[in-house]
Design a binder for this molecule. Structure first.
Ligand SMILES: Cc1cc2nc3c(=O)[nH]c(=O)nc-3n(C[C@H](O)[C@H](O)[C@H](O)COP(=O)(O)OP(=O)(O)OC[C@H]3O[C@@H](n4cnc5c(N)ncnc54)[C@H](O)[C@@H]3O)c2cc1C
Length: 403
């Protein structure tokens, strides 16, 4: 039983079919449901088209260096489902999975099923991760998560406070600012990257140098790697860099991490200088890794270096949420999975599955599509092929031993 018909569940199905293992893929909505229902209007992938490859389905379009719209991702995942002839049952919500003798009992909105093994491919981004301070925000300020946000036109007129400066936060801050609204961006730990480096997409370097292939059992601090924020990247036809310098130049006001709400005022941490220099330093280190790889592999060109993130002359440490200056808060503070339907005790106190490279701590239960599941690229579209092959090989071994 595979739960979820996003690209991860369909990749599981591809390898199960390859091994002639009977299975069904249960999907509460339609194939590629997240890309149909949970993405904002302007969203494009931050990974280039040539990288949007799935098992047996390399990118074959005319624009390998472009970035797909959400609609194009739906088409891609739909095509993958058709090509791989995945046995998908759409409109089938899984409401409970529990362990029974020799396997699992699955309750769905369309009946009960017994199976020997379950692959959880229900997504890593089912819910917005909104911090508790949101509860102290005055009712006069609207609060929006990226799962609800559609476009600047749907927001109330007036100032917007975007919280979080990872991919989602910088993309939304940029487009809301471009709509003419005053935007303040609250910045915590982040991953800065240029869009292109030495004439190529930065993600080409991640791919070619093997950084993205690093395995989960080779990573020094796996817990940290799994929590790493997404890089400050956007996919646009201009291939522009969207770092904090670009946002500040566009008129976005940068403030520190939102630490608390007191007497109706948002309080931000100081120390932006340290946060910026840490991100700059990590970017420099990564670029140095690429330079080393380029030297070793005889690539032309010379290292490029980028201006440090500019620290504003003065940064506000607080903002009166009752003054009317901010009409909307956008929580770009990350996502988390939703396992409320899982009645097997395999989630940690933070709601994350306990697993070893996708083999969950309950025999016959597997997961796909989670951060650094087996490799650094695990949550990305191009990362699923290697992970799904490995996880389904493990599952096949488990079934063989049981037989
Ligand atoms: C905003 C955003 C931007 C991203 N940009 C990129 C990018 O540029 N490049 C890239 O490679 N990756 C990107 N990703 C990461 C990743 O590719 C996507 O999150 C992708 O959708 C993950 O695929 P998945 O199959 O693991 O999960 P999903 O696509 O979320 O699929 C899970 C499926 O499970 C179904 N489901 C969930 N619960 C149940 C249930 N109880 N019963 C039945 N069905 C259920 C859902 O309806 C859904 O269809 C992005 C993610 C987000 C959130």
């Amino acid at each position: 039983m595979v739960i979820g018909a996003g690209h991860a569940g369909l990749a599981a199905s591809h390898f199960l079919t390859e091994r002639s293992i009977d299975h069904v893929v249960l999907e509460r909505g339609e194939v590629a449901n997240s890309w149909r229902r949970e993405r904002w209007e302007s969203l494009r992938l931050l990974t280039p088209n040539w990288q949007s490859r799935l098992p047996g389905l390399p990118y074959a379009g005319a624009d390998p260096d472009g970035y797909m719209t959400a609609g194009e991702v739906v088409e891609l995942v739909d095509r993958f489902a058709a090509v791989s002839r995945a046995p998908v049952r759409t409109g089938t919500n899984v409401t409970s999975v529990s362990g029974v003798d020799g396997g699992y009992h699955v309750t769905t909105s369309r009946g009960e099923i017994r199976c020997r093994a379950v692959v959880i491919a229900s997504g890593a981004c089912n819910q917005p991760a909104v911090p508790r301070i949101s509860e102290a925000v005055p009712a006069s300020v609207e609060q929006v998560t990226p799962l609800e946000y559609q476009s600047p036109a749907k927001l109330a007129d007036g100032g917007v406070l975007v919280v979080g400066a990872s991919a989602t936060g910088v993309q939304l801050a940029s487009e809301i600012r471009a709509s003419g609204r005053p935007v303040t961006l609250s910045v915590g730990e982040h991953v800065r990257l240029p869009r292109t480096y030495r004439g190529r997409d930065i993600l080409w370097w991640m791919d070619a140098s093997g950084v993205w292939d690093q395995r989960y059992d080779e990573v020094d601090d796996l817990t940290r790697a799994r929590r790493l924020p997404s890089p400050q990247l956007v996919g646009t036809p201009e291939r522009g860099t969207l770092d904090l310098n670009a946002l500040a130049a566009a008129g976005v006001e940068l403030v520190g991490r939102w630490a608390a709400v007191r007497d109706g005022r948002a309080l931000f941490s100081g120390g932006l200088r340290n946060v910026f220099s840490l991100a700059d330093l990590k970017m420099e280190r990564l670029l140095a890794t690429f330079d080393e790889w380029a030297r070793a592999h005889g690539h032309d060109g010379s290292p490029e270096r980028f201006a440090p993130t500019r620290v504003p002359a003065s940064t506000r440490l607080q903002l009166d949420l009752g003054s009317g200056e901010i009409r909307t808060v956008v929580w770009a503070t990350g996502f988390r999975p939703d396992y409320r339907w899982l009645d097997v005790p395999v989630a940690d106190p933070k709601g994350q599955l306990r697993h070893d490279g996708g083999a969950v701590e309950s025999p016959g239960l597997y997961a796909l599509g989670l951060p650094v599941l087996r490799r650094r690229k695990s949550t990305f579209i191009h990362g699923i092929e290697d992970d799904a092959r490995d996880v389904i090989a493990h599952l096949a071994g488990y079934l063989a031993v049981r037989r």
